[in-house]
Design a protein around this ligand. Structure first.
Ligand SMILES: C[S@@+](CC[C@H](N)C(=O)[O-])C[C@H]1O[C@@H](n2cnc3c(N)ncnc32)[C@H](O)[C@@H]1O
Ligand code: SF4
Length: 517
């Protein structure tokens, strides 16, 4: 392969990641994990055909930006995968090069793709070769950090969309089964057991599973694939940490199923089993256990930081930073040193994989706002006025209410570094002196300020402060808020009628942007 273009990341030429709301991105990292992208998704499978999205405007622009190495323009400047040193190369089975001339649909498509990548093509004749498809968020667990909690019933809506994904099978290098819980979804159970591998013997099956249920049929079906990459989500490697996070999950059952997968991998030519550990407040102290556990089982791990929401589990948002970050440095240091000693002993990983594991630790550490530990915080408590609270009572399907504090800097609010639970109208937290935008939101959605409400903290004693919450906006902003309050608890039908008949478009958009998603 000539090296005319060797993009740092090959995803835009090979992968489509389809979320349960139909949105398509090139990967899981764009507009995620603190990597905000200025671009909209590359398309929506509920509204467009899969192959129209593949060569749509957004994918073309992304390829153009990536081919010339402009990560900023591509919307990938802060990509977690790049920080973790993931190779992000073109994935293909080297065995297909034995086909001379290429005969199978897979080999033909892959030859074409390699040419298109090296020429930096933006409109591709070759088909996507990696598809990460999340048909729904249905799941048997209720993990405390799960970003899908607010949209558990979400399912790809357009008839025919699923078939368009299946039609790619002859040329796919890898299919990544998303969920909800993939191994319980009928679509994936059918696929694992019945996919026609005669049309594509190269196909790799990959998934991330909670491994709560692993039937013999599924295990037998998995064995059929030439390559397997299965990662089991274990956010705790002891029962005491695992079960309070993975609600409804049973530690022993999951470890039992993990062992069955590991056992199966021993007699499989190319099956990789690993653990995904979503790192959050509830389990960061248990990180050394993860390293020991994986070393004992002889498997690798990924560290997924929880950094967006829920803020009460996020590694970037605190109620009392000093208390909540206690022991984090020690836990990270101990995990790192255990990795060097325990993993070296079992000789599991080669040098480059070891480097990726090390980068996982440094990327994780880089997400934690350590500077908060050098700031003086004051304990503040106050009772919120009912008039302030009443507008933000969470809807029925939402969980408890949190109040977020977004430090103001030069007239702009920054990210939500602080939060408090709202219990009996009371909030209680530790804040530095200064001004904040504030917001009330249910814990299972992303934090956002509520209109132009502000808070100010001034010190009263060396450890205690006074917190004042006030309206910091203009009259127009106040009216907007009043309007929002009126519409917030109305039915979608009422809202549709109201916006169609009574409101200018800009106000409709404003309301939609502020409604909890
Ligand atoms: C959404 S789950 C779907 C697959 C399967 N149900 C499972 O748990 O492995 C995929 C991965 O996302 C992780 N995850 C869920 N919510 C997250 C959050 N708020 N931040 C970071 N990772 C999260 C889960 O722990 C899991 O490893
Ligand atoms: S098992 Fe996966 S999808 Fe289900 S609640 Fe947990 S993280 Fe979410």
């Amino acid at each position: 392969m000539n090296d005319d273009v060797a993009p740092r990341c090959h995803m835009p030429w090979q992968q489509m990641m389809i979320a349960a709301d139909g949105n398509v991105q090139p990967c899981a990292y764009r507009n995620n994990y603190n990597n905000p992208s200025p671009h909209p998704p590359c398309g929506n499978l509920n509204k467009q055909k899969l192959l129209d999205i593949w060569n749509g405007e957004e994918f073309q622009q992304l390829r153009k930006d990536m081919a010339r190495g402009d990560l900023e323009a591509a919307g990938c400047a802060n990509c977690l995968a790049l920080k973790q040193d993931q190779p992000l190369q073109l994935l293909y089975d080297r065995d297909c090069d034995r086909e001379e001339p290429p005969n199978s649909a897979y080999a033909k498509n892959m030859r074409l793709k390699r040419k298109e990548v090296t020429s930096g093509a933006t409109v591709l004749k070759s088909l996507p070769t990696v598809v990460y498809f999340t048909p729904t968020h249905h799941c048997n667990l209720r993990c405390i950090h799960c970003y899908q909690d607010v949209s558990r019933d979400l399912t790809i809506a357009r008839k025919g969309a699923e078939q368009e994904v299946q039609d790619l099978v002859p040329t796919l290098d890898r299919i990544i089964a998303g969920g909800g819980e993939p191994l319980l979804l009928p679509i994936w159970k059918r696929f694992i057991q019945n996919a026609d591998l005669a049309v594509n013997p190269y196909l790799e099956f990959a998934t991330t599973t909670n491994a709560t249920r692993l039937s013999e049929d599924v295990l037998t079906g998995l064995r059929r694939f030439k390559r397997l990459a299965i990662t089991v989500s274990m956010d705790g490697c002891t029962k005491e940490i695992f079960e309070p996070i993975r609600l409804r999950g049973n530690f022993e059952e999951v470890v039992g199923n993990l062992d069955r997968l590991i056992q199966m991998s021993k007699s499989h030519p190319s099956a990789h089993i690993s653990i995904t550990f979503s790192v959050m407040k509830a389990n960061l102290p248990g990180l050394p256990d993860l390293v020991r556990f994986c070393a004992a089982k002889g498997i690798g791990f990924n560290l997924l930081p929880v950094i967006a929401y829920p803020v009460d589990q996020s590694l970037r948002s605190f109620n009392n930073p000093e208390r909540q970050m206690e022991g984090w440095k020690e836990s990270l240091d101990q995990s790192r040193s255990l990795f060097e000693t325990e993993f070296a002993k079992i000789n599991l990983v080669n040098a480059s994989i070891a480097e990726v594991h090390r980068s996982h630790f440094s990327a994780l550490e880089g997400h934690i706002p350590w500077h908060l530990l050098k700031t003086r915080h004051y304990h503040v408590r106050t009772r919120l006025k009912m008039s302030f609270l009443s507008a933000y009572r969470p809807a029925k399907n939402h969980q408890e209410l949190l109040m977020g504090f977004f430090p103001m800097k030069e007239g702009n609010w920054r990210e939500c570094f602080y939060y408090s639970r709202v219990e009996s109208n009371e909030i209680d937290l530790y804040l530095p002196e200064g001004e904040y935008a504030v917001g009330l939101f249910p814990r299972n959605i992303g934090p956002h300020p509520s209109g132009a409400w502000r808070a100010r903290v001034v010190s009263r004693t060396p450890s205690r402060g006074a917190l004042d919450i006030f309206w910091g906006g203009t009259t127009l902003a106040f009216l907007q808020r009043a309007l929002l309050t009126k519409v917030r608890n109305q039915s979608p039908r009422w809202l549709k009628k109201f916006t169609r008949t009574r409101m200018p478009r800009w106000m409709t958009e404003l309301i939609q942007a502020r409604m909890p998603r």
